[in-house]
Design a binder for this molecule. Structure first.
Ligand code: EPZ
Length: 421
């Protein structure tokens, strides 16, 4: 397993290009199952989760070709030759559940392994399943697999999600595009990745309105056709790198960064003392003055503060002036970076879904352990500002969501290297 070593190296400077969004690509790719024509996605990030999704789709009958060093992927599914998504793949990547809606809509029968939990929580899929039942799918849970049947096809319905689940919104939106009649989905997620999926589906001939709001209306169509679509910018990668100058000092420009996909996050950073300037190339970020000060944060579904940036925010607040209160409301166990930051000298008191962070003068480098994707990168950010050497073990988590992470940090002056252990 690889480790990443960072030497605290003072203020950062330079520029970082932001890649296409992992959490958009992981739903755009299964959408290609909905048609027998080629769907080409460009600006695709080169990540291990994308590779896993390629393997999964190929096992279902999708032909995949790549160009531009993997940034452009063409997916063609003449027919679904296998309707079973195996546990071995699904357990590696929970987002595999997003093939369920497209397979059942196109093929009428599907068997997808239940994803199981992960480090940050139990991650049930009950909302996905209840929504598909509302669309007329018969479901049986047998030996850890969801067996889904819709021999007469899906039927438009009105379904209100009990929680604005991102994945459930994506699964149901994709399934409803081929349902007979009108589907109204209420209390849906509003993330930019949902809008990007709706843009792709409309370009395939789907009839969708309301994406980005709490209610999406889909008029089912007979078939969908191929298209070419550029994956939206990764707002979580963007927000992650915005932290670097705030934690270590200095100033950087994030190429392709746009405020409107991270508005509430940007407002919170400005409240803490960040200076964010929009340019024709992206966003320039620096501290407004010498110090960052404490702020209170509560994670919420979009347009609220993103849970995927909570760990990075905690790393910043470890050396802010004053005491901050962080409430994590989306996942039940998403503070595993806290004890690792405490190893670096941070003063953090976790009580259930709340973390109280009392800022200290300076973090000290230490050996720490990555536990999940966003926790891993929060430890690298902390290492940028810490005195001495920080060694982050189990960095394979990073490969799931951060393309060229070492070279991107190095391009702004970080003293960082990856070693095999
Ligand atoms: C997506 O996960 C993202 N993953 C997550 O990013 C992100 O943290 C999350 O949305 C919230 O924004 C991808 O897009 C691949 P949810 P998803 O369904 O769809 C509960 C990262 O780091 N829930 O909105 O799984 C669930 O347990 C990852 O890039 C149910 O109870 O998120 C959780 O507590 C991590 N029943 C909450 O809702 C369900 O059927 C949010 O889940 C579905 C979800």
């Amino acid at each position: 397993m690889d480790s990443i070593i960072i030497q605290g190296n003072g203020p950062v400077s330079g520029e970082i290009p932001i890649s296409g969004a992992k959490n958009a690509a992981l739903t755009l790719m299964p959408a290609a199952l909905l048609t027998d024509e080629p769907v080409t996605l460009t600006n695709v990030p080169r990540l291990s989760d994308i590779k896993t999704t390629n393997e999964l789709l190929q096992s279902l009958g999708t032909k995949i070709s790549m160009k531009d060093d993997g940034q452009s992927i063409t997916l063609t599914t003449p027919e679904i030759t296998n309707h079973l998504a195996h546990y071995d793949i699904v357990r590696k990547m929970r987002a595999s559940i997003l093939v369920l809606g497209p397979i059942i809509a196109r093929h009428g029968i599907a068997a997808v392994s239940l994803p199981g939990g992960c480090a940050i929580g139990a991650r049930p899929v009950d909302i996905h399943l209840k929504g598909l039942e509302a669309l007329g799918v018969n479901l049986d849970l047998i030996d850890g697999y969801v067996h889904a049947k819709a021999p007469k096809g899906l039927k438009g319905t009105t379904y209100e999600l009990p929680f604005a689940s991102v994945g459930a919104t994506e699964n149901l939106l994709m399934a409803a595009t081929l349902a007979k009649g009108t589907t109204v989905l209420k209390n849906v997620a509003r993330e930019p990745e949902i809008v990007d999926l709706a843009v792709l589906l409309r370009s395939m001939g789907a009839n969708i309105s309301g994406d980005g709001s709490t209610e999406i209306i889909i008029e089912g169509v007979e078939t969908l056709h191929g298209t070419t679509h550029k994956v939206v910018t990764d707002r979580i990668e963007l927000g992650t790198y915005m932290m670097a100058p705030l934690i270590a000092g200095g100033e950087i420009e994030l190429l392709g960064g746009k405020r409107q996909i991270l508005e509430s996050f940007c407002q919170k950073l400005e409240e803490a003392g960040a200076q964010i300037t929009e340019t024709t190339r992206g966003l320039i970020v620096a501290r407004k003055n010498a110090n960052i000060h404490a702020v209170n944060v509560t994670t919420e579904p979009f347009p609220g503060f993103p849970t995927d940036l909570q760990a990075q925010m905690m790393a910043l607040l470890c050396t802010a002036e004053g005491t901050s209160v962080l409430n994590e409301t989306i996942f039940e166990n998403r503070f595993m970076h806290a004890p690792e930051l405490v190893r670096m000298g941070a003063n953090i008191d976790v009580q259930g879904g709340t973390a109280i962070v009392t800022g200290i003068k300076e973090l000290r480098g230490a050996p720490v352990m990555a536990t999940d994707l966003r926790a891993s990168v929060s430890l690298i950010l902390a290492g940028l500002a810490a005195k001495g050497e920080t060694r982050v073990a189990r960095v394979y988590h990073l490969d799931r969501g951060y393309e060229k992470v070492v070279s991107k940090f190095r391009s702004i002056g970080a003293n960082i290297e990856r070693i095999k252990e």
